[in-house]
Design a protein around this ligand. Sequence first.
Ligand code: DAU
Length: 341
Amino acid sequence: MSARPILLVAGGAGFIGANFVRHVRANRPDWQVRVLDALTYAGDRRRLDGAGCELIVGDIAHRPTAAAALQGASWLVNVAAETHVDRSLLDVEPFLHANVLGVQRLFEAARLAGVAKAVHVSTDEVYGETRGGAFRETDALAPRNPYAASKAAGDLMLLAAWQTHQFPLCITRGVNTIGPWQHPEKAVPLFTINAIRGQPLPLYGRGAQQRDRLHVDDHASAILTVLERGEPGEVYNVAADNHCDNLTVAQRICARVGAPPSLIHFVTDRTGHDWNYALDAAKLRALGWERRYDFGAALDAAVDWYLASPDWWEPILEGEFQAYYDRQYGERLAGAEAFRA
Ligand code: DAU
């Protein structure tokens, strides 16, 4: 009997990572899935409960750990990253460590280990904001916040690795992703949890900025499509065409939870807040991928998961998150104006 092929998912205890692991386990039951995750504040082994994978706790930037995790692996998917824009405005160094140095070392270890194919999960933010039109994969990178700049740097290191070593890798650039097990620091979980608890929803500016919201299971199927069918050296945009402004999102969350919209509070805007991101995903669709969730279905599914899962998110609200929340929102909420319908 031949051994089952091994897929290493770096960052597999994170939000997109764990949902991707579950997607692979459900759709490729013959694959063995191994996770490497540093379990930072954003990682949580509970996301992998019952997922049927091995978990190695370690940092992608630690060469011996990365090499050991890659032993025998046929494929690598990297979802390990520092991801929260607001935190990158407070301290960018963890972003440089994970998103640049970590990415470089992990993919170098994968090349030396003879991995047959690797996918790196990046972001629409590397193109910068748009106020009209959608970015294609060939467009120039113009990141506008420290998080986005660190992701762009990681992308460029990998495209250089492809050019110089022909290491067979692809990059995916996805839009704003929502769904189960997303950390409460992000807008949709934060608004939902605060609505459930009767706390103010801190909406930056007037809530006019837009995002294209992709359900995480659609994001997972896109990554798997690129792993199996993507052309080495190529970049693939992942978009849902589900654009919606933040005020509408907050209102819809309140309605779904059954909370009054007056809980929505306009607070001081994010510095350098990108207006919108929009991607043309025709190249990915040409591989046979399509999204299953439209905007309403994606948002409702995410909100319903939080309504049903306080056991998961309640413990996260204490400790590190409480300190972050106070620092991020304390002053902002003190002078905030409530939304009037
Ligand atoms: O677009 C892809 C990106 O989506 C990913 O690369 C990032 O890792 C991910 O964090 C996300 O970035 P955003 O900055 O778009 O997501 P966030 O959930 O932080 O914010 C979504 C929108 O909601 C954004 O316009 C800012 C706004 N917002 C966010 C927070 C946390 C608020 O109005 N209030 C808030 O408290």
